[in-house]
Design a protein around this ligand. Structure first.
Ligand code: PLP
Length: 478
C-alpha cells in the first residue's frame, strides 16, 4: 500500500491551526467524546473531489463511508451546486403546508415513479430521524382513522439504529444510545436481528434461523395482541451491528406475518435507498414490498439536506376520503425547494451515469476483495451487500465457545483496538471508514457509489495492512 500521506500533500490550509483551536473550544461534534478531543488533532475536512476528500493539513483520504452513507454521486459535483444556486435565486424557500412548489411536486412524482408497487405518495422531511418519526406517527394516525385506534405499538430489531428523536430512539434497539434518555415512550418492542455469524440461538443454520426469527416475531405479535400492533420497522440490511443481511426467505416471511395480522411494514432505508445495495431501493434487493419506505441521506447525495417517506396508496386512502382528515404533522424545512431541486438533479445524475447499475456491476468484486481478507487472524466475519459491507473483528487464535459461538473480545479490549488503533491507522493510511462497537466490533465500508475497481482495490489494500497490524495489537491486548 502506498501511504498517500507520504505523497507530497497540498500546502496545508493557513487556517488549520485556527480551526483546530476554535473547533476544540466551540464545536460540539455529534456522537463524539469531546473530552478526548481536547488533547489531540482532529481532521478538518476542507474539500472533496470524486471519491476523495482533503483536510486542512493537506492530507487526502479515500472516503470509504460516503461522509455518513450520504455522498452517493461523489464530491465536487458542480451541476448540483449550480442547481442549488439557481433554485435559491428563483424561490429559496416556501413551505409545503397547503402550498406546492415546483421542485417538491416534481420530486414527489419522480420518487413515486421510481418506487416499486403502489408507493405513490411522498411526505418530504429534512432528515432520516424525521422520516422515521413521520412514519411512526403516520402509522398511528392511520389506524385511528381506519377504526383500529388500539394499534399503536411498534416492533423493531435488536441493535438496529433508527434515529435520535424520541420516537425514532424508542424504535432504536441500541441500549447504550437509549439509556441516557430513558424513560422513552412505551409500546416499543425489539426482536432478534438476522445476524448469521452470531445467531440469537447459537448454532442455527441459515434456514433454521429464518424460521426461528419469524417464530419470535409471530410470538411477539400474538403475545402483545395483534390488535395493538401498528407497525414493524426494519432496515433491508441492518447497519448497526455491522451490515447484517437477511437470511433466505426472511422478508417474505415478515411480509406474510404483517399481512396476516394487519400490521404495517416500514422499510427504513435511510441508508439502503438510492443505490447503496445495487438497486434503487433496498426492499427491491430482497424482493419485498413495504407499506412505507423511510429515506434521507443519499436522496440529495448530501448537497442539501432532505428526507422522504414513500407511502402506499393504502396509507393515503383515509386521508383522501374525507374533506377534513389531515395528517397532523409538518416540518418547516421538510421539502425545502433548494433540497428538492438538488434531489431531482441528483436522481438525473443517477440515470445519466447508470449509478445503480454501476454498484450492481461492482458489488461482487467488492465483496470478493473483502472476503480475501479472511486469512487475517483478527477477521472473524465479512458480510454485507452492494457498497455497504463490514468486517467483524474477533480475538485472533481464540477458540470458539462450547456452543460453537465465535470468540469475542473482552469489552475492555475493543476501545483500544478500534478507536485506539484501527481508526487512526486507517486515517494515517488515507482511508476514512467506520469503526463501530454498538454490537460486536466491526469496521464498516460504504464508499461513494462512483467508486470503481481502482478505489475498491485501494480500500481493500489499506484494510489488509491495518487489520494485519491490528492482529498484533489484539494479541498485545489479550
Ligand atoms: C436506518 C437509519 N434510520 C434513521 C437514521 C437517522 O437519520 P438522520 O441521522 O438523518 O436523522 C439513520 C442514520 O444513520 C439510519 O441509518
Amino acid at each position: 500500500v502506498t501511504d498517500p500521506n507520504t505523497v507530497p500533500a497540498r500546502a496545508a490550509d493557513p487556517d488549520h491551526d485556527r480551526l483546530q483551536e476554535l473547533g476544540r473550544r466551540h464545536l460540539w461534534m455529534h456522537f463524539t467524546r469531546m473530552g478526548a478531543l481536547q488533547r489531540k488533532e482532529f481532521p478538518v475536512i476542507a474539500s472533496g473531489e470524486g471519491c476523495y476528500v482533503r483536510d486542512t493539513a493537506g492530507r487526502r483520504y479515500l472516503d470509504g463511508l460516503s461522509g455518513l452513507f450520504v455522498t452517493q454521486v461523489g464530491y465536487g459535483r458542480a451541476e448540483l451546486a449550480q442547481v442549488a444556486a439557481k433554485q435559491a435565486e428563483t424561490l429559496h424557500y416556501f413551505p409545503v403546508w397547503g402550498y406546492g412548489h415546483g421542485p417538491a411536486v416534481e420530486l414527489a412524482a419522480t420518487l413515486a415513479e421510481l418506487a416499486p408497487g403502489d408507493l405513490n405518495r411522498v411526505f418530504l422531511t429534512g432528515s432520516g430521524s424525521e422520516s422515521v418519526e413521520t412514519a411512526l406517527k403516520l402509522a398511528r394516525q392511520y389506524f385511528k382513522l381506519t377504526g383500529e385506534p388500539g394499534r399503536y405499538k411498534v416492533i423493531s430489531r435488536a441493535t438496529a439504529y433508527h434515529g435520535v428523536t424520541m420516537g425514532a430512539l424508542a424504535i432504536t434497539g441500541v441500549p447504550q444510545l437509549r439509556e441516557p434518555f430513558e424513560p422513552l415512550p412505551g409500546g416499543f418492542h425489539h426482536v432478534p436481528n438476522t445476524n448469521q455469524f452470531r445467531p440469537f440461538i447459537p448454532g442455527l443454520s441459515r434456514t433454521d434461523l429464518t424460521d426461528a426469527l419469524l417464530a419470535v416475531l409471530d410470538n411477539t405479535i400474538r403475545t402483545e395482541g395483534p390488535e395493538t400492533i401498528a407497525a414493524v420497522f426494519l432496515e433491508p440490511l441492518q447497519n448497526a451491528g455491522g451490515c447484517i443481511p437477511p437470511p433466505p426467505g426472511y422478508f417474505a416471511g415478515v411480509r406474510e406475518l404483517c399481512d396476516r395480522y394487519g400490521v404495517l411494514l416500514v422499510s427504513d432505508e435511510v441508508i439502503c435507498a438510492y443505490g447503496r445495495l445495487g438497486t434503487m431501493f433496498g426492499c427491491e434487493r430482497y424482493g419485498y414490498l413495504p407499506d412505507m419506505v423511510t429515506t434521507a441521506k443519499g436522496l440529495t447525495s448530501g448537497y442539501s439536506p432532505l428526507g422522504a417517506v414513500l407511502c402506499s396508496d393504502r396509507l393515503m386512502a383515509p386521508f383522501l376520503e374525507s374533506a377534513t382528515a389531515q395528517f397532523n404533522h409538518g416540518i418547516t424545512f421538510g421539502g425545502h425547494p433548494v433540497s428538492c431541486a438538488v434531489a431531482l438533479e441528483n436522481l438525473r445524475i443517477f440515470e445519466r451515469e447508470s449509478i445503480v447499475d454501476h454498484v450492481a456491476a461492482h458489488s461482487d468484486r467488492f465483496g470478493a476483495l473483502l472476503e480475501d481478507l479472511r486469512d487475517i487472524p483478527v477477521v472473524g466475519d465479512v458480510r454485507g451487500d452492494g457498497y455497504f459491507r463490514a468486517i467483524e473483528l474477533v480475538p485472533p487464535g481464540a477458540p470458539p465457545g462450547a456452543d460453537g459461538t465465535p470468540p469475542r473480545f473482552e469489552r475492555s479490549a475493543i476501545e483500544p483496538l478500534l478507536r485506539g488503533f484501527v481508526f487512526p491507522r486507517m486515517l494515517e493510511l488515507g482511508l476514512i471508514a467506520r469503526v463501530d462497537d454498538r454490537g460486536d466490533p466491526v469496521v464498516q465500508f460504504a464508499p461513494t457509489l462512483v467508486c470503481g475497481e481502482e478505489q475498491l482495490v485501494e480500500l481493500a489494500g489499506v484494510v489488509r495492512q491495518v487489520l494485519t497490524e491490528a492482529t498484533d495489537v489484539a494479541h498485545s491486548l489479550a
